[in-house]
Design a protein around this ligand. Sequence first.
Ligand code: ADP
Ligand code: ZN
Length: 219
Amino acid sequence: MRLVLLGAPGSGKGTQAALLKAKYACAHISTGDILRQNLKDGTELGLQAKGYMDKGELVPDGLVIKMARERLREDDAVRSGFLMDGFPRTLPQAEAFEEILEELGRPLDAVLLLSIDEEALIRRLSNRRTCRACGRIENLLSMTEKPMPEGGAAVCPACGGELHQRDDDTESVIRNRLKVYHDQTAPLVSWYEAKKKLRVVDASGSPEEILRKIQAVLG
Ligand code: ADP
Ligand code: ZN
């Protein structure tokens, strides 16, 4: 399975990628996660990316393309396929991606567009929390139990780790990320449509409902 997950921030790419990875046993390649790991490790790439990420801007194409090329050449991706989550995000990235896949002799199966309205996106993003320990993505609005110690942080239902809010999930940065999505990433929709790769999925509802819709369109 070689898939691209396309959609605005908050459309559920990361959540669905985690569910799909368990089903199809392929590599989950999240450029956002790789960049955040580089920030944490204080690498040269992390230092270069930080200013852009803090403002909700895109990291320059050259850096991201190099990073994606290296990751796509790793064994697991070549052998078992991949779910791209957050890449490509611009037309130059999409063109470079085609070249990388051609070099590898591994064409893309489909591009899944997770489609959802803007109000829902802002609501989801401002309530999104990530586990510091295991990376699990939760949403305060949909958590069935709300294990909120008084004045403290919410707790991960999977491992008990601390749930924290991503630095770029604050309202003003969210608005900028949505603008960047409309300006730079949305053009990929018609680009992939013209290549007959695009499959549109309604991304409202629970993660399990959305997963079922995805499996229905993948056939
Ligand atoms: P989201 O999809 O919720 O916005 P991501 O985790 O995919 O979050 O990305 C977080 C940030 O990382 C982006 O706002 C951007 O600064 C950077 N980033 C991730 N992927 C790319 C990419 N393909 N091109 C440029 N910047 C990227
Ligand atoms: Zn956890």
